[in-house]
Design a protein around this ligand. Structure first.
Ligand code: PMP
Length: 424
């Protein structure tokens, strides 16, 4: 039995309290750093779950939040609107390619994916089609709600809830050299049930929580082409890949494709406040546009388009437009490339890979897998050495804020090298 609650009643996410009885107490953040309550500095090597793009407590985002707080805190969003939401919506339409015409707000990556799935099914339902099957990719992650788990990889994350998850059709991951197999299966599965397949959902270019698995822009383009040919809705989950992570503002740009539905969250507020949007082609909106009230898109949450979160997101969008953020992204990406080239000479690691500002590699271990004890050992080692990194099984990855200095990147890679020495 645990006596954890004597210390704190908090049950933390993705945390095995029996193995991690002590939480690291963070008092403040500044740029690429987090500071613990007892004064230790940590380099935030994973942008605090991939959200903090410009650095912690960025003054422009802080100022936007403060100014908005004095004007309007919150308002019901059904039938009401406000400037910050309008600015975000117009900004998103400007930043994304033509064809993503409408913007639906929600509060997290998971909810943006739930909305995408509901939009897709709602579309087919309201135009009188029976299409309802969802195609997914092996090893993907789209969130932890029942719907998003259903379209994600089945396994240790969701074994207890399997009986509630809906059935989907799964394609093999398009690993290098095996891309054609994925494309063939995509086409075959659609052709086998041409009036049944509603949508295909993917993480473009890189599957994050599934282990930073990368695939080519050409494959992404081909998957999109096949879906278009058969009128299957293409849903891009850009929750992790958005906001410069893959080297372009959004990952789909690299394939030159326009998804029918796309999900954006995490960096939409620069990591400042929870917010997400799901964008869609006008035909999806139009299928719900009717004097018949039963065609209303029945989805909301209490805080939909919270004005303070939207004001921060609007400022984030302006930052992308008037600051050289993309130059910072490119500089960080090329520094990673140099470090990875050096690390490639170490025969204790393999599968070195990079997609823009995301760098990853696998440590060669005999007891691999998500639950092997290598991840917690590394996690502790990194923390003792002033770094927040959270390996996925034996996969170590870096996804830092874009303001990270060269010295700090050097410290990250230096510490990884020493970890390999000390823990081997
Ligand atoms: N989709 C992807 C691709 C993600 O990486 C994540 C979160 N890591 C989500 C959805 C879920 O986002 P959230 O945690 O904000 O609900």
């Amino acid at each position: 039995m645990s006596d954890i609650k004597k210390k704190s009643p908090i049950w933390h996410p993705f945390t095995q309290h029996a193995l991690f009885p002590e939480m690291t107490h963070i008092a403040r953040g500044d740029g690429a750093y987090l500071y613990t309550k007892d004064g230790h500095r940590l380099i935030d090597g994973i942008s605090s779950w991939w959200v903090v793009t410009h650095g912690h407590c960025h003054p422009r985002l802080q100022a936007a939040a403060k100014a908005q707080m004095e004007k309007l805190d919150q308002v019901i969003f059904a039938g009401y609107t406000h400037d910050p939401a309008e600015e975000v919506a117009r900004g998103m339409v400007d930043l994304t390619p033509d064809g993503l015409d409408y913007v639906f707000f929600s509060d997290s990556g998971s909810t943006s994916v739930e909305v995408a799935l509901k939009m897709a099914l709602g579309y087919w339902y309201h135009i009188g089609s029976k299409r309802s099957k969802i195609l997914v990719m092996e090893n993907s992650y789209h969130g932890d709600t029942i719907g998003t788990m259903s379209v994600g990889e089945r396994g240790v994350y969701n074994n207890p809830y399997n009986s509630l998850l809906f059935t989907v059709d799964c394609l093999p991951f398009p690993a290098k050299g095996a891309e054609q197999e994925t494309l063939d299966q995509l086409e075959a599965k659609i052709k086998a049930d041409p009036d049944g397949v509603a949508a295909f959902i993917v993480e473009p270019l890189i599957q994050g929580a599934g282990g930073m698995m990368m695939y080519s822009a050409e494959t992404l383009r081909e998957m999109h082409r096949i879906c278009q040919e058969h009128d299957v809705l293409f849903i891009a989950d850009e929750v992790m890949t958005g906001w410069g992570r893959t080297g372009t503002l959004f990952a789909c740009e690299q394939a030159g494709i326009v998804p029918d539905i796309a999900c954006y969250s995490k960096g939409i507020t620069g990591g400042f406040l929870p917010l997400a949007v799901t964008m869609c082609h006008e035909r999806i909106f139009n299928a719900h546009y009717s004097e018949d009230r039963s065609k209303t898109f029945f989805h909301s949450s209490s805080y939909t388009a919270n004005p303070i979160a939207c004001a921060v997101a609007a400022e984030n969008i302006r930052m992308w437009q008037d600051e050289p953020v993309m130059e910072r992204v490119s500089r960080l990406a090329s520094s990673h490339a140099n470090w990875l080239e050096a690390l490639a000479r170490d025969d204790r690691v393999e599968n070195l890979r990079q997609c823009g500002t995301i760098a990853a590699f696998d440590i060669k271990v005999t007891d691999g897998g998500y639950l092997s004890d290598i991840a917690p050992r590394l996690y502790r080692y990194f923390q003792e050495n002033g770094i927040l990194l959270r390996p996925l099984g034996n996969t170590v990855y870096l996804m830092t804020p874009y303001c990270l200095s060269d010295d700090d990147l050097s410290h990250l890679y230096g510490t990884i090298g020493r970890a390999l020495d000390d823990l081997s």
